[in-house]
Write a new protein. Structure first.
Length: 275
């Protein structure tokens, strides 16, 4: 379970179309957290929003049903689920007969909860509500128009600095320029990121250079967001900090981690234009 190279990522697989919860491949969070110095109490709370756009099953008369499904997985769960295995698991419902959507929800909550080692929240949106789904960009000041020179494309926390000021500020900064790569396959992962903080002003140019420095970095979405949180906390020592990223969809799934150390208004699980 701990070796990501044993997961289905990067491998040719046969698609199973009848219910198979054993397809889920958990990966402990602890290993990558140890790399950034988290070995005991978490310096944050939060969750990962997963949104599934390719969910289908059969009703008892064999007629296909489709829906959108969102999952909220707590950050203090023992494991994440490798995303390809998550997709394969969802595909295993394609030829599975279920009494109704409630039966599907019960299985999803049970199986994903068991895999991650925590109680999770699952929400299903049926076709009648598809038209209600909105596209909303992350609120905040966007750094992307800053005219900067960039030369670092692997994470460089030493780039981060605060502006000389005795003033404490509260602000929300955003960027659409976060990109990292899959830990196993090296495929690009694109994201928008939002940083809310209270503390000494973070130099905006340094923050944008730092976020861009993830461009050639290989790490899963959840791990990148936690690395950003820890680096900001150590370099700038904000009194309050929250980091939220909305990653673009791959294989019918998007993953959106949120980490905070204060009771901010929790972000809505609303997709951005690129998702």
């Amino acid at each position: 379970m701990s070796d990501v190279n044993a997961s289905p990522l990067g491998k040719t697989v046969s698609y199973i179309t009848e219910y198979a919860p054993e397809l889920l491949f958990p990966i402990p969070r602890s290993g990558k957290r140890a790399e950034i110095g988290i070995t005991s109490a978490l310096p944050f709370f939060g969750f990962d929003y997963w949104n599934a756009y390719e969910v289908s099953w059969l009703n008892l008369r064999g007629k296909p049903q489709v829906a959108l499904v969102s999952f909220q997985i707590p950050a203090d769960s023992s494991n994440i689920v490798e995303s390809k295995s998550f997709k394969l698991y969802l595909n295993s419902f394609n030829q599975t007969k279920l009494a109704d959507s409630e039966a599907l929800l019960a299985l999803l909550k049970q199986d994903i909860g068991t895999a991650v080692g925590a109680n999770i929240q699952v929400k299903l949106i049926e076709t009648e509500r598809f038209a209600e789904q909105k596209i909303v960009e992350l609120p905040g000041f966007y750094l992307d128009n800053l005219d900067i020179e960039v030369s670092d494309y692997s994470p460089q926390p030493n780039l981060l600095r605060c502006d000389a000021s005795t003033t404490t500020v509260t602000e929300t900064l955003c960027s659409n320029l976060l990109k990292s790569n899959c830990l196993v396959t090296g495929q690009p992962d694109w994201a928008s990121v939002q940083i809310q903080y209270t503390g000494q002003p973070i130099n905006r140019e340094s923050l944008l250079r730092y976020l861009i420095s993830f461009r050639n970095h290989n790490e899963f979405h959840e791990q990148c967001v936690e690395r950003i949180f820890v680096d900001l906390q150590q370099a700038c020592k904000p009194l309050k900090l929250a980091v939220y990223a909305r990653y673009t969809r791959r294989g019918g799934l998007d993953i959106n981690p949120y980490r905070a150390n204060f009771n901010a208004d929790l972000p809505l699980n609303v997709r951005t234009a690129r998702q």
